[in-house]
Design a protein around this ligand. Structure first.
Ligand SMILES: *Cc1c(COP(=O)(O)O)cnc(C)c1O
Length: 371
């Protein structure tokens, strides 16, 4: 209990000091603290060629002070060496994955991921000659079988190819929680890289790097930003891996815009306190849905503020429920200041197709409630 209190205390402290790095933005040598400034510039000036050579900031696509502060803030929260802020959550996933893969590699993806993430792996990665396997790898023995089949026995020194394993620490909408340390241990045995999308849990509940993941990505558009008014993403991990992702982001144009990064830091200042309230709201809503007879069952976990509500009467029941809510809006995103619902089958998970949704258990009668 004391540990938990101390941990939350530390997180709260990191949150409210996010962006308080004394960012040395001025290339003229000034030690300006960038805490409240929005460095809305596409280019920075120099007094001499020497200044230019040592400059931290040159051209906005390479990085800017606000983005640097956002990357550093999330790195502190996740216990990472370094962080990179990107234009969107998808930008973070693309920068992380594309910077560690090459043609001929294998990517094993838990299929229960955000719809556009699924499309990225299915459409783009396969087009680049990277084999993608969608397998339910939350069961460690399934992952072990796949790794063994594709890589051989690690003890025999027979590792045949590079592998990346990708999953969300908590799945949406079914709120299944990954056993990151067991999965990371397996990945390590087979020299596979583990990339975890920690958007749903937030670093207030899970810190996958501390459990052995290699890279963590976030859609800061959701809880980190917290106000439905920005788009950004973050990649965190070791300095070496984040640097590699940053170089790719710089070439591919995936870096975060100054104002979005500034807004995300403003959101992170209250992240810990907002998440506490969100967990509390999730509990209350779960009780009310069951007591009112609206829900057949509610899936929840103490690890996040998201509920999966199975509504009476399938799709028609979902339509009735959405009409009946007066304050809870239907919204295709989450993590803002009010409770929203989304219908996974027709929005976030539409691209998975009806067969895969059925296999995963994402029925037409499910509503995800984001608190
Ligand atoms: C929204 C979301 C993304 C994509 O983030 P964007 O900021 O919309 O690009 C990725 N993963 C998860 C779990 C998400 O919820």
């Amino acid at each position: 209990m004391e540990d938990t209190v101390q941990k939350h205390g530390q997180d709260a402290t990191i949150c409210c000091h996010a962006g308080a790095l004394a960012t040395h933005c001025s290339n003229r040598g000034g030690g300006y603290s960038g805490k409240k400034a929005i460095w809305q510039a596409s280019v920075y000036d120099f007094e001499s060629l020497e200044d230019f050579e040592d400059a931290s900031f040159v051209y906005r696509r390479y990085g800017c002070p606000n983005a640097e502060e956002l990357g550093a803030a999330v790195a502190s929260l996740e216990g990472a060496e370094a962080g990179l802020a990107t234009s969107t959550g998808m930008g973070a996933i693309i920068a992380a994955v594309m910077s560690i893969c090459k043609q001929g590699d294998l990517i094993i993806v838990n299929p229960d991921v955000y719809g556009v993430t699924y499309e990225f792996f299915k459409t783009d990665m396969e087009r680049f000659g990277i084999e993608v396997l969608f397998e339910s790898i939350f069961e460690a023995h399934i992952l072990e079988n796949i790794l063994q089949k594709n890589l051989g026995e690690p003890s025999m020194g027979m590792i045949k190819r590079s592998v990346v394993v990708f999953l969300e620490s908590i799945t949406n909408p079914l709120v299944k929680v990954a056993d990151i340390s067991a999965i990371a241990k397996l990945c390590k045995n087979y020299a596979a890289m583990l990339v975890v999308d920690n958007t749903m849990a937030t670093p207030m509940r899970m810190k996958p790097l501390l459990e052995g993941a290699n890279l963590v990505v976030h859609s800061a558009t959701k809880y980190l930003g917290g106000h439905d008014d920005l788009m950004a993403g973050v990649v965190v991990g070791s300095s070496t891996l984040v640097k590699q992702a940053a170089l790719l982001a710089k070439r591919w144009g995936l870096t975060s815009a100054p104002f979005d990064a500034w807004l995300a830091i403003r959101g992170i200042h209250t992240l810990q306190i907002r998440m506490q309230r969100s967990w509390h709201s999730a509990e209350t809503l779960s009780r009310q849905c069951l007591a009112s007879g609206l829900a057949l069952r509610v899936l929840s976990t103490s690890m996040c503020a998201i509920l999966c509500i199975e509504v009476q009467g399938g799709l028609e029941g979902v339509k009735r429920a959405i009409k009946a809510f007066s304050l809870i809006q239907l919204s295709p995103s989450f993590g803002g200041t009010s409770t929203t619902v989304s219908h996974s089958a027709t929005s976030s998970h539409k691209s998975l197709g009806v067969d895969l949704r059925r296999k995963l258990g994402i029925s037409d009668g499910l509503l995800a409630a984001f608190n």
